[in-house]
Design a protein around this ligand. Structure first.
Ligand SMILES: [Zn+2]
Length: 279
């Protein structure tokens, strides 16, 4: 796959006022002539829903420049619509859990994600829907069928909030403090303007930042995200549910490929957390 770094024309972004307007209003197109009372009462009305937020234009160069952990590769496809992140799924810190074999995770993510017209639920708890910058996949925390919070009920999380799933793959369901290393507080990686650090990406392509929003940013919505002029739409982690994303706003979701490579050591591990699984 070739790398595409050439600049692309950007679509104009609407500002916060435009977003608010788009989110709260719909276009009502009356089929009849204005002023004709008969047409107003009988003509069908077409309601056109507007995207929840503007498209986030991004270049391959920008996504490659994110603070990926060492060993993770990022490639862009020839059509420039998706980019590919490859990871072994093994973090760069020592784990109390069994030694894992190197996996071959592949995350395909929209390069310039666009917003849907309405939010979508995250999906089954056994299917990852994003990855952190250290190449570890994350899964939904709340079981949509039972409402159970799999973070508070997890039996054996390590001190980085990680778990081993039945596929012997290391995984997160909440914010890990170890994205940049075990001795690297997330706060030390905050943006220059004080905004919390970017720690991962949802499979819809929108970024996830560490908890704590910046003064002046809008309140978080039900998906744990908000739109700002500086960063476009983005999610924030939270210490309590929904932890990473409450729902998803992206119009498209990428894809995750994974084939488990099991080790004898991992298979002997007695306690796989309940409610988690292989993709
Ligand atoms: Zn923010």
């Amino acid at each position: 796959m070739g790398n595409t770094t050439a600049p692309r024309p950007s679509r104009p972004r609407s500002g916060p006022t435009g977003l608010l307007t788009a989110a709260l209003t719909v276009l009502v197109l009356a089929g009849g002539a204005i002023g004709c009372s008969e047409a107003e009462s009988t003509a069908p009305i077409a309601v056109v829903a507007q995207p929840l937020c503007p498209t986030l234009e991004r270049t391959c160069k920008e996504v490659k420049a994110l603070a990926w952990a060492e060993g993770i590769t990022v490639e862009c496809g020839p059509d420039d619509e998706l980019f590919l992140v490859k990871s072994t799924g093994i973090p760069d810190y020592k784990m109390a859990t069994p030694k894992l074999a190197a996996q071959d995770w592949e995350f395909l993510v929209p390069l310039s994600p666009s917003c849907a017209t309405e939010t979508a639920p995250r999906g089954a708890v056994s299917v990852p829907d994003g990855m952190m910058l250290n190449g570890i996949p994350f899964y939904p925390a709340i079981d949509p069928t039972t409402g159970n919070d799999l973070v508070t009920t997890a039996k054996n999380p390590d001190d980085c909030a990680g778990n081993i799933g039945p596929g012997c793959a290391y995984q997160f369901r909440s914010v890990s403090s170890c994205i940049f290393g075990k001795d690297e507080p997330l706060a030390d990686h905050a943006d220059a303007d004080g905004h919390a650090a970017l720690i991962g990406l949802g499979l819809d392509g929108f970024a996830i930042y560490a908890p704590d929003t910046l003064a002046g940013e809008p309140a978080l919505d039900s998906c744990n995200g908000h739109y700002t002029e500086a960063r476009g739409y983005h999610y924030h982690g939270s210490e309590t549910a929904p932890y990473l994303m409450g729902c998803m706003v992206g119009a498209e979701r990428g894809d995750i490929r994974f084939t488990a490579r099991l080790t004898d050591e991992c298979l002997k591990f007695p306690k796989a957390p309940s409610g988690s699984g292989m993709p």
